[in-house]
Ligand binder design. Structure first.
Ligand code: HEM
Length: 501
């Protein structure tokens, strides 16, 4: 009898769990859009776990079209790869899509991440942080940025000069650049000079969590989200964030005590100004706290390096494969530096480098984040495809796939900077390439990221020549359900350009 009771209990539990996992099945099918057939229990995403998220989306776009539905575990989601719909959802009708799925990082400080803030609190933080990268502010950052890049170029040059044959072999360039960009961010945004390597280590610990190894478990937990509470992994590690916040507290303290300030206005001053508003009714009402403000500083610190280093390394990889692109780029960079002896490339001149900009745009088109998302906050009707997006539905803006849409790009998987040159770029749909998102929630750091790309590339290509090795490759790992681009090291052999020896 006892055995039968236990059996009945277990059976009921299994049935309940199955019902729970399948609860939303059918929701997408009722919307009149193609749906990626889900697994019996584990949603549509589980079956594609062996594919990198970005390439999975490209494959699904080819199979199902520019709008399709997927069950991410038990959650129904609509995937959008049509630039016209991107425009409507992210810009024109953005008031229908001004939500983001709440993501609990399991730590109060990490939960201040601006990408996931909601409602009034997000609006306040966004208004505070957006002006941080105005043209005037970027101008002030130019000098430390250039000094930092000069140090990087000098370090790499001396490493090359120390080799027997003038070739630095098997350089993990992505990692080398990541470290240099961390120095650059510290000096231009925080007026910190640090050569101990402490800060890149801090960042790597924060943003490359061990948890991503447990991909299959992650996928299963998407169907049974309570499992996330028991899993031996976190998406991000909080300790480095706390360590950085403590560094900020010390900087603020010594800045307030100092009689004279020696650095230009930076993020430390930004925090000091914002902290004065903590008692205002606006901040109190929206629960904007000291942690909210200081975490924004941390966000400025960690947001760009990983992605900028990857996009630049990917661009170098493609350039190495095409002698014509390489020659055209080097010619333009050499012209840029003509007559400049003090290493101080003027910003106005840099902005005129059209081919360099086209190469950056093309690399960004191909290697931006896999996704961004919006949550629909009011029912919205799509005339073009004749379907309704109901309130509460998560819309995944599949950036990686949308940027490779063959209706808008010829040979979309190819690296071809000509697409972004005068004569061609005018014919591109304005929303066909979306590396930084669009609309009210687009990337706050875009102006800074573009400035860093331009300066970094101008310095790198002036001095170095890159050579592919048998093990040079762009290998993107993982089927993790998150949007991180997890990749293998990108190796090159590096020599000095003949005009620099
Ligand atoms: C190559 C570099 C970068 C790329 C490709 C990139 C891309 C993106 C994308 C696609 C989004 C989502 C936008 C949307 O949903 O419409 C985003 C959001 C964001 N990015 Fe970036 N980003 C980069 C660098 C940076 C930097 C350097 C910073 C800050 C210093 C930054 C700060 C942010 C913030 C705060 C958000 C959230 C905005 C919000 O929800 O209001 N990003 N970024």
């Amino acid at each position: 009898m006892f055995f039968l009771l236990v059996l009945a209990f277990l059976l009921s539990l299994v049935i309940l769990l199955a019902l729970y996992a399948r609860w939303n099945y059918g929701v997408l099918e009722n919307l009149n859009i193609p749906v990626v057939k889900p697994h019996f229990l584990l949603g549509s995403t589980f079956q594609y776990r062996s594919l990198t998220v970005g390439y999975r989306d490209v494959e699904l776009m080819r199979k199902y079209g520019q709008v399709f539905g997927m069950y991410s575990g038990r959650e129904p989601q609509i995937f959008i790869c049509d630039p016209e719909l991107l425009r409507l959802i992210m810009v024109k009708d953005s008031s229908y899509f001004d939500g983001k799925s709440p993501l609990d990082f399991g730590d109060p400080l990490l939960n201040e991440m601006p990408d996931y803030l909601q409602g009034e609190k997000w609006r306040i933080v966004r208004n505070l942080t957006s002006p941080a990268f105005s043209s005037a502010k970027l101008r002030l950052m130019n000098f430390p940025m250039k000094e930092s890049l000069k140090d990087f170029v000098n370090d790499l040059t001396s490493q090359i000069e120390k080799t027997n044959d003038g070739i630095l072999r098997k350089c993990d360039f992505d990692d080398t650049l990541f470290n240099a960009l961390t120095d650059l961010t510290l000096s231009s945004l925080f007026s910190i000079k640090d050569k101990t390597g402490r800060f890149p280590k801090l960042l790597k610990k924060f943003a490359k969590p061990d948890g991503l190894k447990y991909e299959t478990l992650n996928h299963v937990a998407l169907s049974f989200p309570f499992l996330f509470n028991f899993m031996p992994l976190t998406l991000l590690h909080p300790e480095p964030a706390y360590e950085f916040i403590q560094i900020m507290e010390n900087l603020i303290k010594s800045r307030l005590q100092a009689e004279h300030k020696s650095s230009p206005p930076d993020v430390v001053d930004f925090c000091i100004d914002q902290l004065k508003k903590l008692e205002t009714p606006e901040f109190q009402r929206a629960k904007v706290t000291r942690s909210t403000i200081l975490f924004q500083a941390f966000n400025f610190f960690f947001s760009g390096q990983d992605e900028t280093a990857l996009v630049t390394s990917a661009m170098i990889y493609h350039i190495c494969k095409s002698p014509e692109i390489q020659e055209k780029l080097y010619q333009e960079v050499d012209k840029l530096w003509e007559g400049i002896d003090d290493g101080q490339l003027p910003r106005e001149k840099l902005l005129e480098a059209e081919y360099l900009q086209a190469c950056i745009n093309e690399a960004l088109r191909l290697y931006t984040f896999y996704h961004t998302e919006r949550v629909c906050t009011k029912d919205w009707y799509c005339d073009k495809y004749n379907f309704k997006i109901p309130k509460g539905m998560t819309v995944i803006i599949a950036l990686w796939a949308a940027n490779r849409n063959s209706e808008y790009f010829e040979s979309p998987m190819e690296f071809n900077p000509e697409r972004f040159m005068t004569g061609n770029k005018e014919n591109l749909h304005q929303y066909a390439s979306s590396p930084f998102g669009h609309g009210p929630r687009h990337c706050t750091g875009k102006p800074l990221a573009m400035e860093v790309f331009r300066y970094a590339c101008a310095h790198i290509f002036k001095k170095f020549e890159f050579h592919l090795r048998p093990d040079s490759a762009l290998i993107l790992h993982s089927s993790n359900p998150w949007t991180f681009i997890n990749h293998a090291p990108i190796y090159f052999d590096i020599s000095l350009r003949s005009n620099c020896e």
